[in-house]
Design a protein around this ligand. Structure first.
Ligand code: NDP
Length: 322
């Protein structure tokens, strides 16, 4: 089968389109014939080596397709079923072997592209808004990179929870998308000082929670944008890792909370996975949640997909099509 493989860490050019051996499912596993593959920022961290992995590596954690074979003891899915998943390594390929426990049935009304677009970023937006800091009406939140893959979904879910939502974006075009997703206020953080804007928009009170996936360039001002007892939910580092900092700052700035969550801990068991995926996929079917598939690329052009994602040129979801 064809797959993208990396043999050494580096820039997008290390993503090579190659012939690799076809995997076969062992006990508890299923072979999925992939129809759409999700591209996520974490794939860039694996490529560059910011997050360590064994090499060679077939990157990618997310996809949707048809179950083509199952190993012994699989009861969760059947051959021929349409499925979607996240958290399964080796997804930039025509086929992937996945633990059957990680597979979720794709509702008839959703396409493979919808499935591959919804799982990782959708369930991330879900746990951030429902579990890490459960929003409700009366809350005000700040969502950085609000026109990104997670960002557009998080803005919508925060509005569904009844919160007042501020979003930051880098361009007017992204601002339009964030507003269309429901953001009450949009700040162009490449032109405006977002800390000063949050201060102005909240009459000096600050927000209850900042969902910060940008990291290095936003961290300090995110802390300064919080109301006393506020939560800084640092869930990514698209601009680079945050340097070590003194926890005493949390006290000085208002007994703040800092957490660095990861999706895998919020979908650790099958019951929670099915619950979160059921919510996200169900809301897309019913129209409560809108997916934006910003760009699709042939699998062979994964390097270009990475260039655009890390170059801040994408909005919503980026997919690879095998
Ligand atoms: P996005 O679609 O959000 O793309 C990243 C966005 O970050 C860009 O479009 C850009 O938006 C913004 N950005 C700001 N500064 C930079 C910079 N220097 N370089 C590149 N981008 C920058 O990606 P994803 O939705 O896939 O992921 C968003 C973040 O969330 C990532 O950091 C990812 O690792 C994290 N994440 C964490 C999870 C978790 O469970 N912890 C799960 C899923 C994602 P703009 O142009 O508007 O500034």
């Amino acid at each position: 089968m064809k797959a993208i493989r990396i043999h050494e860490n580096g820039g997008p050019d290390v993503l090579r389109y190659e012939e690799v051996p076809m995997p076969s499912p062992g006990p508890g596993q299923a072979l999925v014939h992939l129809k759409a593959i999700g591209v996520n920022f974490i794939d860039i961290y694996h490529r560059t080596g910011l997050y360590k992995t064994d090499l060679p590596l077939i990157p990618g954690l997310e996809g949707a397709g048809v179950v083509e074979a199952v190993g012994d003891g699989v009861s969760e899915v059947e051959v021929g079923e349409r499925v979607a998943y996240t958290g399964v390594p080796g997804s930039y390929a025509e086929y992937v072997v996945a633990p059957a426990q990680r597979l979720v049935k794709l509702p008839e009304a959703l396409s493979f592209q919808d499935g591959a677009a919804a799982m990782l970023q959708g369930m991330t937006a879900h746990y951030l808004s429902h579990s890490t800091y459960p929003l409700h009406s009366g809350h005000t939140c700040l969502v950085h990179a609000a026109a990104g893959g997670v960002g557009l979904l998080l803005v919508q879910m925060a509005k569904l929870r009844g919160a007042r939502v501020f979003g930051t974006v880098s361009t007017e075009e992204k601002a339009r998308l964030a507003r269309a997703a429901g953001a009450d206020e949009v700040i162009l953080y490449t032109q405006q000082d977002f800390e000063a804007e949050v201060n102005r928009l909240t009459d000096g009170r600050g927000v209850n929670v900042v969902y910060d996936s940008v990291g290095k360039t936003t961290f300090d001002k995110s802390l300064n944008s919080l109301a006393p007892l506020g939560y800084l939910v640092l869930y990514g580092q698209s601009s680079g890792p945050v340097p070590p900092f003194d926890p005493a700052l949390l006290s000085q700035k208002g007994s703040l909370f800092l957490t660095r969550p990861s999706l895998m801990h919020y979908i650790a068991d099958r019951e929670t996975l099915l619950q979160r995926a059921g919510d996200v996929l169900g809301w897309i079917v019913s129209g409560r949640l809108k997916l934006r598939i910003g760009k699709t690329f042939p699998l062979a052009e994964a390097a270009e997909a990475h260039r655009q994602l890390e170059g801040r040129q994408t909005t919503g979801k980026v997919l690879l099509l095998p």
